[in-house]
Write a protein that binds this ligand. Sequence first.
Ligand code: NIG
Ligand code: FE
Length: 424
Amino acid sequence: MEAERLLIKGAKALVGTHPAGTERLAGAALAELPQLEHGWLMAEDGIITAMGTDADWPGVADWNGLEVIDATDRYVLPGWCDAHTHTVFAAPREGEFVDRIKGLGYAEIAAKGGGILNSAAKLRAMDEDDLYVQAKARVEELMRQGTVALEIKSGYGLSAESELKMLRVVQRLKEALPLRIRATLLAAHALPPEYKENRGRYVDLIVHELIPQVAAEGLADHVDCFCETNYFTVAEMERILEAGAKHGLPGKVHVNQFTSIGGIAAAVKHRALSVDHLEVMEPADFDALRGSGVIPTLLPSCSFFLGIPYGPARQLINAGLPLALASDYNPGTTPSGNMNLVVALGCIKLRLLPGEAINAATLNGAAAMGLAAEVGSLAVGKRASFIITKAVPSLAYLPYAFGQDHIDTVIIDGRTIRAGEAAA
Ligand code: NIG
Ligand code: FE
């Protein structure tokens, strides 16, 4: 078969051209977003093979079968790498949204039988094929919004059977769609009602049955736990992280969303890949993260939707730490997986500079999924997965003019997913 070849020429700039081998950006380095102005990029069979500027354009020996995109006045960005989502779910929860407008809190809604347990009841009742069809449509929309790598958690099954059903749906999405997907077992998302009197047995089920099974069947890449007051304790999360590590599934955990109970130090101890949420941080939490290599991941669209505090992005950067931005797409706390909005909120609410927000949503997002060797920056050898913007005056314009659609074209693994004027 003939190689699929792609040339992007005339770009206003290729953005995020980090030196090959850059795995993550921490502290002051997060502000460095290298660019090649007047750039061109070649890809073959879905992999970037060469890049440069007009000044070093080598010409093309064989134009036969070469797809050419004219990116004049447009930026080429690495596609978004969204390292925290719950994209597989059975039904939206806009009723709770209205309850919250009327004044009910997240905890009160959960106590009324809403929240995660509401989603679990609906998911348990839904057929795997129906779940798959719905989730696929959601992920296809995310791809059109520029997401090229996506983590998806289970956690609305809360029984062995239904957690496995969710992970099988994620497996089918991996096989059917061109973007990179990482699957995370989040069986410890809420205590299922049937284990109310015996929570230890539910954690036993996760540790002794589910984790070994999903690892053996290749159904998950990571483990997660909602370590939070009224959900799972630090000791319970530690059991899960330990079992995950034993089976080659590094942790990506929900910690410090509403309270700081020591989850971060425990996640660091067990060498988790990322600690996510962090809306409530104590000095000891920063101390635990220093020098750990664990990637703090903030979810500003969750804070926006719930009206809870935003994560301390500037303090994390000032402490020399890395930082990823992700969407937290889920029906309860963030019914949007739009990473363009996440990047805008990163600037508007977390006070990130545009370059910092873009790095946090691309290379550091990739790192928070263990995918930094494949996606997250424009570099020879990485996947040809990127966004071509509309003609915009500057990069800062993207988060500044929030809520507008600045994407012209989306390419994933060299294939046009969304064709705009540049591809026409
Ligand atoms: O990340 N905090 C825990 N889990 C989700 C919310 C899940 C839900 O309400 O359905 C989150 O915000
Ligand atoms: Fe989440």
